[in-house]
Design a protein around this ligand. Structure first.
Ligand code: NOJ
Length: 569
């Protein structure tokens, strides 16, 4: 096997904004394989230890070789990073540490030239406390128009020294912080993330300007952060429960989450999206009850919504099947398409979730406890976790709809559990008084090569320390190994692009621990969740997460098979 060169570095010159779209297919997003880039941790081009936009551009050949249809970039805006960039100082600029708007335009052109669409993150529920508007709000008087862009209220108790309600923020601690003049402002996340008032027409108008700003630059779509939180009923007295219910339990009546009026906002956005050719797509991050998710995916609204069920599902056939049935059906309900997510920047990587004892039932809970112990307890079975992770990936890649992949999962990366307290950047750890470790462990910069100081990520040490074991997972190593996880992802994405056509049917297996479905073209996908090998249907195995033996699929594995005469991919 020849050693591939380092992922080629290409920097296009003379790029112009508003590039031609490679394709005008308005439905590209329905079946897209989207690769999530966490920009500060992807590739650093200027040697400061922080990933940047030109770093992304330099890795376009890698992204093209992976075979993804689109990238989604987590926020790259100016930010003090109180919440990893989800605290935005200016929605229409690039963080100077990450580059310039010109760099962004060059990146967009390079991605488009490679046939890859660009989705960016929009964070409309809250700005940062360094946003010009918030500075103006603090400087302005109570009841002023500047304060009305946010949610300011008088406190309760003598001298208003108590917050207006006892709501807690998602990261822990009170959801209200007192301003210097004694009023309180609402922040459902960190105090550095004041919630915007979506009843204010200027706020509404400004986000339309932002969407147009990026749409005009050639961005193909938007991932909408906390899409379920914008509309609020803040009529006083606040009668909602003292503690916020889990957003997933909201039914439309809670004052803060998943209110029906939120869809008026998205209907307005949809009109703007549809002015483009092809229309800009949007995908909602809506943490709502699964039965209400389709509202966000309505064609008159955002059009697509993340399905996060598999982030919670245990490694067992029944839980996967429930989720699949629900979402394939959901697609029909809202004329959208299903979405599949196994990892992202907010959760413990799926290779790790599936390698911990208890993964069959409550992998997320076990993984959170494991993180808190710095990875000591319970013992992680790395190989088992990776076997199951690739099996799950092949399963989701064979399903109808679009799939969202998170940077590093194609390398089989595990979560980094032993970051020291001093290195943690996520507010979750401190705001929860250490009862949650936070999300830094999946945000550690990815390894490109085997060399220190940062495995090809930067010329300098990375902004979050990378463990030594990252070297084994480096892209350079995996390029040279035909059996690597990276090569499996490449082959899977290539087959998927070639094979996927509308249609899906279960092929009921006698063994309830086996999931077997077919797609048009006699494409079968079989996943074995049981502890014993199982027989595969006759045909050509075109891809498998573990090589079948004597026509039998090993435990914790998925195989793709083409059945029928002369079956070839
Ligand atoms: C969801 C994002 O994915 C997460 O990273 C962020 O902390 C919250 N929204 C708040 O913006």
């Amino acid at each position: 096997m020849s050693t591939s060169p380092d992922p080629v570095t290409v920097r296009p010159t003379g790029a112009t904004p508003v590039p031609d779209q490679a394709t005008h297919d308005p439905d590209w997003w329905r079946t897209a394989a989207v690769y999530q880039i966490y920009p500060r941790s992807f590739a650093d081009s200027n040697g400061d230890g922080l990933g940047d936009i030109t770093g992304v551009t330099s890795r376009v050949p890698y992204l093209a070789s992976l075979g993804v249809d689109a990238v989604w970039l987590s926020p790259f805006y100016p930010s003090a990073l109180a919440d990893g960039g989800y605290d935005v100082d200016d929605y229409r600029a690039v963080d100077p540490r990450l580059g310039t708007l010109e760099d962004f335009d060059e990146m967009t052109v390079a991605l488009h030239d490679a046939g890859i669409k660009v989705i960016i993150d929009i964070v409309p529920n809250h700005s940062s406390n360094r946003h010009r508007w918030f500075a103006e709000a603090l400087a302005a008087a109570k009841g002023s128009p500047a304060r009305d862009r946010y949610i300011f209220r008088d406190g309760t108790g003598p001298d208003g020294a108590h917050p207006p309600s006892d709501w807690e923020s998602i990261f822990g601690g009170p959801a209200w912080t007192r301003a210097p003049d004694g009023q309180w402002y609402l922040h459902m996340f960190a105090p550095e993330q004041p919630d915007l008032n979506w009843n204010n027409p200027e706020v509404r108008q400004d986000f339309l300007t932002t969407l147009r700003f990026w749409g005009d630059r050639g961005v193909d779509g938007f991932r909408i952060d906390v899409a379920h939180g914008l509309a609020k009923d803040l009529t006083e007295p606040f009668t909602a429960s003292a503690h916020l219910p889990d957003p997933a339990e909201a039914d439309g009546s809670h004052p803060l989450w998943d209110r029906d009026e939120v869809h008026d906002i998205y209907a307005e956005w949809r009109k703007l999206f549809d002015e483009y050719d092809p229309p800009r797509m949007a995908v909602a991050e809506a943490c709502v009850h699964p039965t209400r998710r389709h509202r966000y995916a309505h064609p008159d609204g955002l059009g697509q919504a993340f399905n996060f069920d598999l982030l919670e599902a245990g490694w067992n056939a029944a839980q996967f099947r429930i989720s699949i049935d629900r979402h394939v059906e959901d697609g029909g309900m809202s004329a959208t398409s299903a979405t599949w997510v196994l990892s992202n920047h907010d959760v413990v990587r799926h290779a790790t979730r599936y390698g911990l004892p208890g993964a069959e039932k409550q992998p997320r809970e076990v993984a959170m406890a494991w993180l808190l112990s710095n990875g000591d307890q319970p013992r992680l079975d790395r190989d088992l976790g990776l076997r199951r992770a690739t099996a799950a990936t092949l399963l989701t890649l064979a399903l109808p709809g679009s799939v969202y992949l998170y940077q590093g999962e194609e390398l089989g990366l595990h979560e980094v559990a032993d970051l020291s307290e001093g290195d943690l950047q996520d507010p979750e750890f401190h705001r929860s008084n250490g009862s949650r470790k936070g999300r830094d462990g999946c945000r550690v910069p990815i390894p490109w090569t085997n060399e220190k100081p940062s495995f090809g990520f930067s010329e300098k040490a990375a902004h979050l320390p990378q463990p030594d074991w990252f070297a084994q997972h480096s892209i350079r190593n995996q390029e040279a190994d035909p059996d690597s996880t990276l090569q499996l992802y490449r082959r899977a994405l290539a087959f998927r692009a070639k094979l996927a056509r509308p249609g899906f049917a279960w092929y009921d297996d006698e063994n309830p621990a086996v999931l077997h479905f077919t797609r048009p073209g006699r494409w079968h996908c079989v996943t074995n969740f049981s502890p014993e090998p199982v027989a595969l249907p006759e045909g050509t195995v075109i891809l498998a997460s573990a090589e079948p033996v004597d026509g039998r699929l090993k435990p914790d594995a998925t195989a793709w098979i083409l059945t029928g005469r002369g079956a070839t991919a």
